[in-house]
Design a protein around this ligand. Structure first.
Ligand SMILES: [Cu+2]
Length: 157
């Protein structure tokens, strides 16, 4: 009985018990200054105050790199609430920002400094699961070895 009471006491260690109710905790990708991998696509943030290209497509798992090619500071602010984890609050001149999407969908982003003109869209397609490296191995049992009968007639001298 004493043991049971002790266990119950331990279980009540967290006051309140309910987690943070405000955050969704969902994120459709990962983002970092660098190190996510080789970028399959680059989107430039330019001194013309646009993203170039403004519309692009990517695959799930592909690394998309934003690069500030100009001399004006920008940011990459994703608009959907589930994509806030992908936002780069400050994309300085010369800096880059990598985003890897883990879910398909349409992702709208904005530079809030130069809104509403400086915005873009990435359409991500594909499945979350990486394509298995050809699980169906070609085990063809009907491979009959071709008999090579090279009958070279000996030259009779
Ligand atoms: Cu901008």
């Amino acid at each position: 009985m004493c043991v049971a009471i002790a266990l119950i006491a331990c279980g009540n260690g967290v006051p309140g018990g309910s987690g943070p109710s405000g955050s969704t905790g969902k994120c459709n990708g990962s983002a970092a200054v660098s190190g996510l991998g080789t970028a399959g696509m680059t989107i430039d943030a330019t001194d013309n105050l646009v993203f170039a290209p403004a519309s692009s497509t990517a695959q799930v798992g592909e690394v998309v790199e934003f690069k500030n090619t100009g001399s004006v500071e920008h940011n990459v602010t994703f608009q959907d609430s589930d994509d806030g984890c992908l936002t780069d609050a400050a994309l300085d001149p010369g800096a880059s920002w990598q985003v890897k999407f883990t879910a398909a969908g349409t992702f709208n982003y904005l530079c809030t400094i130069h809104a509403p003109n400086m915005k873009g869209e990435i359409t991500v397609s594909g499945s979350a699961a990486p394509p298995a490296a050809s699980a169906s191995a070609s085990a063809s049992p009907g491979a009959t070895p071709t008999p090579t009968a090279t009958a070279t007639p000996a030259p009779a001298t």
